[in-house]
Write a new protein. Structure first.
Length: 461
């Protein structure tokens, strides 16, 4: 793998992790019931993104350095090859030293053709590939020069060529060696370049920081790819770490337990073929605000720009819903909350799982499930504060029709009534006693119970 390929794949890993973060960020907003799964996968994608960004930064810094080194090495070798191919022993038209297949024969360049080109392309860090490339560049299957040593200075003995024996004659810092006794190594154009400069700077086979960063698989952004990494035995270490971090587990937490928790969090079926979380995500869609826009786009089909728009739209929708629900929060009366809890008296588990309720096994038959004391106090305080802030009349303080309707004295005929006395009717018939209400916000028992859970849970937090 060349530097260019590694840079491309690393940049692709960055893009995939960014998109995965966007997808599960949208899920967090659009499907808050699955916040745990969305948060954990978001954190997993963040971890993968950090790895890819660090690798990309490192590779970008190194790429310039290795490009210069590769160009230098290739240039030196090209220069040497030009010299050797043109070196002559005799006349200007025959007797070339290198690439001859016989005594005093004209050069046959095919023996060395391509050496420089092959080296110029040899730029990977992977040791086996690098060594293969370099050996192919400097070691040919056929003889690259005449077997008659005295026909070329470069293939004569060193003492004959230079007048004295100075040992092996090194070219390019030992990349090519003319043996002391004559000839290159064998009758071939051979090399001792793998450990010599400048080729050595291109060979990265050490277990050090020179090695390419290992990123593993890209963060999946399609349903099938996500489902695959949720399976036991296929869960990436970064996903397991995200789960441990979410629960506050230490790094040595039992791996089997972590794998099982991932299956639970993402609601995998027994056979691993389905995930409820992914099924829900698949139904998240966004309709573009354009007359020419296509049908709503599904989450896994959204590009990065649409994911941003969909997330913003879901956030705005949630804020509007929260704003619309605020009056109900303050309007929940403690007695309505108490009645909701009482309705759970037959099931201790259901009682304790209902926000604000607590089960008392020694209580009355229909009141074993009651409103927690601290919750009741919060509800009472909230109702009082709401009345003070709004400046509204507390109609509920009146227990008779006369006093209730007296609150409306002095109002114009067409002005809204402050208070009104009604005979309340629910789904089973007329109640035994009348009730009073505020015309500014009419709250009946059925409505109060229907919004109770969401309402006073908001008060608790």
């Amino acid at each position: 793998m060349h530097m260019k390929s590694v840079l491309t794949s690393t940049a692709s890993a960055v893009a995939a992790s960014c998109k995965a973060r966007q997808q599960h960020g949208l899920a967090l907003v659009a499907q808050p019931s699955y916040a745990k799964a969305a948060t954990i996968f978001f954190n997993f994608a963040t971890s993968k993104l950090t790895q890819a960004q660090q690798a990309l930064n490192k590779l970008a810094a190194e790429s310039a350095e290795y490009a210069v080194k590769a160009s230098y090495a290739a240039g030196r070798v090209d220069e040497l090859m030009l010299t050797l191919d043109q070196a002559q022993h005799g006349s200007a038209t025959t007797n070339y030293c290198i690439s001859a297949d016989g005594s005093d024969a004209k050069a046959i360049n095919s023996q060395t053709a391509g050496c420089s080109a092959t080296l110029a392309e040899a730029g990977p860090k992977t040791a086996p590939n690098q060594n293969t490339k370099l050996k192919a560049a400097f070691s040919k299957e056929r003889d690259s020069h005449s077997a008659t040593g005295n026909k070329c200075k470069l293939t004569e003995t060193v003492s004959t060529s230079f007048g004295r024996d100075i040992g092996n004659f090194d070219l390019l810092g030992g990349m090519l060696v003319v043996a002391s006794g004559g000839d290159f190594e064998g009758n071939s154009f051979a090399a001792d370049a793998l450990t010599k400069p400048p080729v050595d700077v291109l060979k990265k086979d050490r277990a050090t920081d020179d090695a390419f960063p290992k990123l593993g698989s890209k963060t999946p952004t399609k349903k099938a790819g996500i489902l695959a990494i949720l399976q036991k035995g296929s869960q990436p270490p970064e996903l397991k770490t995200a789960v441990k971090t979410y629960y506050g587990w230490d790094a040595q937490h039992d791996d089997t337990a972590v794998q099982g928790e991932i299956v639970k969090i993402f609601s995998l079926s027994d056979d691993g073929a389905k995930s409820t979380y992914l099924d829900v995500l698949e139904k998240v869609e966004y309709k573009q605000k354009s007359d020419t826009a296509s049908d709503p786009i599904k989450l896994f089909e959204m590009n990065e720009e649409i994911l941003v728009n969909a997330t913003n739209a879901a956030t705005a929708t949630n804020l509007k819903a929260k704003a619309a629900a605020e009056p109900c929060t303050a309007a929940v009366a403690p007695k309505d909350a108490e009645e909701l809890c009482n309705g759970k008296s037959s099931d201790a588990k259901a009682c304790n799982e209902t926000a604000g309720c607590i089960y008392n096994s020694t209580g009355e038959a229909n009141k074993k499930c009651t409103l927690k004391k601290e919750v009741k106090e919060k509800l009472e305080k909230a109702n009082q504060e709401k009345g003070e802030k709004d400046g509204k009349t507390d109609c509920k303080k009146h227990d008779n029709k006369k006093d209730c309707e007296a609150e409306n004295e002095g109002l114009a005929a067409n002005a809204p009534r402050k208070c009104g006395w009604i005979d309340y009717v629910d789904g089973t018939g007329k109640l035994p006693k009348p009730e009073r209400h505020s015309s500014s916000f009419l709250l009946n028992k059925k409505f109060a119970l229907s919004v109770f859970s969401a309402a006073f849970v908001a008060l608790l937090f």
